[in-house]
Design a protein around this ligand. Structure first.
Ligand code: PFF
Length: 369
């Protein structure tokens, strides 16, 4: 049974909600995963499959999750149970909400570890440690980070602490305000890096790579990878958009809002491609180098190009901002659930949830070494 300790929070404006939802959607998925999946899965074939999945599958599910959340006005477990009960169906539908919460919980444990890599790389890029290094020593730097449980733990802890602090502050003052500050900054940084690439070469090659249709590479595996990525990038299937929808008022037009979120998420993923691939091509690097693409290939380029320290630092700031606005959304459903279903306050719920996630993250990072 829900314990009603206070009024259920509400976004302070629909603009704040849009930014928070875009903040959740735009994350490591756009800037780390999308470019390397494009590289691994046949360039434009993946892009076409991805656009198709976003429009035909992602968009309707996003609207559906907000609708369910807004109708329930509670955490995802209670929302599913209440909405089902009000239609004369079993309250066991709450299990679907619980599985979503658990999914977000598990994703955050490794998401925070990778967010920690990005934080660590801000300091590396900012102190000029890539300058003059050859590809072997930059690859060795990345391997040394993965091999050091201590380094990984420190940065994972810092990242998780930032996430917990923001969520602990609350929905409007914490989550919404963070999105209002970080998302515009993210847009500016992305614009600067893409602009730098337009001037410094490799841009035409990157555009061709991303957008020249090559349907021969459009296999079932590529379709499946694109579908999975569509869910991940829009933050759907995890109860997150249901939790965010629960803070919505009736006046918000969900179709229009979903259109904005989907378009911004997609534009930012493609812009991330245009921020990364020109640097890869103009430095003669391999676009298909997998998860190491931005942590190994790009630093090689940052080390050898003019303005590499500035562009590199901006780039890792960009990923970190994107990761933070997503990680807070991954923590929110669990905190909302604990706050509503136990006697714990929001602060205590946040501390408990983030400590357990932090521990799972430590277990995940130990698997690297
Ligand atoms: N959408 C985020 C990204 O693209 O990085 C990650 C994410 C957030 C996935 C929330 C799933 C989720 F429920």
């Amino acid at each position: 049974m829900a314990i009603n300790k206070q009024e259920h929070a509400q976004w302070s404006s629909s603009f704040g909600f849009v930014l928070a939802a875009v903040g959740s959607a735009v994350g490591l998925g756009n800037i780390w995963k999308f470019p390397y999946m494009v590289g691994e899965s046949g360039g434009s074939a993946f892009v076409i499959a991805y656009l198709f999945c976003i429009a035909l599958v992602g968009f309707p599910i996003l609207v559906a999750e907000w609708l369910i959340g807004r109708r329930g006005q509670k955490n995802p477990v209670n929302t599913f149970a209440d909405v089902a009960a009000s239609e004369g169906k079993s309250r066991s539908w709450g299990i679907i909400g619980a599985s979503g919460i658990l999914g977000g919980f598990l994703i955050l444990s490794f998401y925070s570890v990778i967010g920690g890599w990005a934080l660590n790389y801000i300091t590396k890029a900012g102190t000029g440690s890539f300058i003059g290094q050859d590809s072997d020593s930059i690859a060795a730097t990345f391997d040394a980070m993965l091999a050091s449980a201590g380094t990984l733990t420190i940065w994972h802890t810092v990242f998780m602490a930032i996430t917990a602090l923001i969520v602990g502050i609350g929905v409007t003052k914490g989550i919404e305000t963070t999105a209002k500050v970080l998302m515009p900054l993210l847009g500016v940084i992305l614009f600067v890096i893409v602009g730098y690439n337009v001037i410094n070469g490799g841009f035409g090659e990157a555009v061709a790579y991303l957008f020249t249709p090559d349907l021969s590479k459009l296999t079932g595996d590529v379709m499946l990878a694109a579908l999975g990525h569509a869910f991940f990038t829009l933050s759907i299937g995890m109860g997150i958009m249901i939790a965010y929808g629960s803070y919505l008022g009736r006046e918000v037009n969900l179709l229009k809002t979903a259109r904005t979120v989907v378009i911004l998420d997609t534009v930012i993923a493609l812009a991330a491609g245009l921020a990364i691939f020109p640097i890869i091509f103009s430095n003669g690097l391999d676009p298909a180098s997998g998860p190491g693409l931005i942590f190994v290939s790009l630093p090689i380029a940052f080390g050898s190009m003019g303005a590499g320290t500035i562009i590199g630092t901006l780039f890792f700031l960009l990923i970190t901002f994107a990761a933070i606005t997503s990680s807070i959304s991954l923590l929110e459903p669990t905190v909302e659930f604990l706050e509503e279903r136990t006697p714990m306050s929001r602060t205590v719920s946040t501390i408990v949830a983030s400590t357990v996630i932090w521990l799972l993250g430590v277990a995940a990072l130990l698997s690297f070494n």
